[in-house]
Write a new protein. Structure first.
Length: 442
């Protein structure tokens, strides 16, 4: 019986050998530019300095680019493993990276850094090949997430699927850039799963800043797996579906036959097409609540809320507990992962942006006082996409409410504006990225 990892390797190689459809190719380009601009914006933050100092010490100089450069030098590079780690961490550091809602993961955050690291190692200047590798790696991650059908409880709920499935996706994307044959790619997948991890405690708990970097471990691990496979290290073939394979070990059961068929379906549309660019720099599960709070703010005008009640499902409840720490977060990362705090923030200050959602708001007495008045009611309903946000407010003797359960994708024009705003935080000339980035947008 053919192993799932071999079937996945064959599927990925076949997809990689085909030209990308026009709409998909352009979407990949936009997401690459979005990720690059976010990394550049993060580069000038304290977390960016922490990431790059660590990557420089642990990896040393090398041929692989770091998005935004090192020490103000755009041409500076690192060893491939360190560059893959640094770039993935930078892309995720601001909680602004792309997201596939059904899969609950950030694909480009992991795959682009892995592909860039290998592309620079082999001195590849083939942008079309780079885009195909990013597309296939992203697709692997999105499909793995989709067939997992993550919700607020069960085995999948305790893992950052970006990290867990990122090891597999990154090993495949890096392997394709390295021209690995089928046997080598199967080994790369096996070697990737030997590193697999992704505990969500950095999100469930409070006080940690490590949630900002977790995708980086997968990008680095995928590159390492591909390089080891190229050198002849043979990874375990049944790494996904063996007795101690990824699915039995991490999900508690084998991947069902119908889900395996969905994973490998050649006739299905590209799942990556459903990946969205983020509109606001905070956890995606908060976005419907931000949208609903914007609706409340528009209704209230200058009237201040007296009482706020929000309804949450099981997934959203994770971002409301423990109540005290979620209402008064100690780190900016916790603030971005807190529904009560972000509802209060949005009601007081409007939609969150990189300019207004900063560490200073953690001590904003008006926001904190309102966050203390946010009441959370669990509905018990859950789903694999956006939680339905219901917010009811009492203000000045009036009652107003707002709800949101869908989020419209950003237009290309809005994405371009976001890219320009992100780059403006690091560069005076925003056109430099648009015209001279890793994959110029034509």
């Amino acid at each position: 019986m053919t192993s799932l990892s071999r079937e996945l390797a064959r599927w990925a190689r076949a997809r990689f050998d085909e030209p990308l459809p026009g709409a998909l190719a352009r979407k990949v380009q936009l997401h690459i530019l979005d990720a690059t601009s976010i990394a550049m914006a993060a580069r000038v933050e304290d977390v960016g300095e922490q990431i790059l100092r660590t990557a420089t010490i642990s990896g040393g100089p090398g041929p692989a680019r770091v998005l935004g450069g090192i020490g103000g030098k755009p041409t500076s590079g690192l060893a491939p493993l360190a560059a893959a780690f640094a770039n993935a961490a930078l892309i995720h550091a601001l909680d602004f990276d792309d997201i596939h809602d059904n899969a609950r993961l950030h694909p480009t955050t992991v795959i682009l850094p892995a592909v860039l690291a290998i592309g620079d190692l082999v001195d590849s200047h083939d942008n079309e090949r780079l885009c195909r590798a990013v597309a296939v790696g992203n697709e692997v991650m999105c499909r793995l997430g989709e067939v997992t059908e993550p919700v607020g409880d069960g085995p999948a709920s305790g893992w950052f699927l970006t990290q867990l499935y990122g090891y597999v996706g990154a090993s495949i994307a890096a392997g394709l850039m390295l021209f690995l044959n089928e046997e080598e790619l199967v080994s790369a997948i096996g070697l990737a799963t030997m590193q697999a991890a992704g505990s969500k405690q950095a999100g469930f708990g409070t006080g940690s800043t490590a949630r900002s970097i977790y995708p980086a471990f997968a990008a680095e691990g995928g590159v390492r797996a591909a390089l080891l496979a190229r050198e002849g290290i043979i990874g375990p073939e049944e790494s996904l579906d063996g007795e101690a394979g990824l699915f039995p070990l991490y999900m508690g059961h084998d991947l069902a036959v119908d889900k395996a068929s969905r994973l490998l379906d050649d006739s299905a549309a590209w799942s990556f097409l459903s990946t969205d660019v983020k509109r606001w720099p905070c956890c995606r599960l908060t976005h419907t609540y931000v949208a609903a709070a914007i609706g409340i703010r528009e209704q209230l005008g200058a009237v201040r809320p007296d009482r706020v009640v929000i309804e949450v499902n099981q997934s959203a409840l994770r971002l409301c507990q423990p109540a005290g720490q979620r209402r008064r977060p100690s780190t900016l990362g916790d603030a971005k992962y807190s529904i009560p705090f972000l509802v209060a923030f949005t009601l007081e200050r409007g939609a969150p942006t990189l300019d207004n959602l900063t560490v200073e708001v953690l001590k904003d007495l008006e926001i904190l006082a309102l966050a203390d008045r946010v009441e959370v009611r669990e509905t018990g309903d859950d789903n694999t996409v956006h939680p339905k946000a219901n917010i009811a407010v009492e203000a000045g003797g009036s009652h107003v409410s707002s709800e949101a359960d869908t989020l419209s994708p950003m237009s290309e024009s809005a994405i371009r504006d976001k890219i320009a705003l992100c780059v403006a935080r690091a560069l005076e000339n925003t056109r430099d990225l648009i015209e001279n980035g890793p994959v110029p947008l034509t």
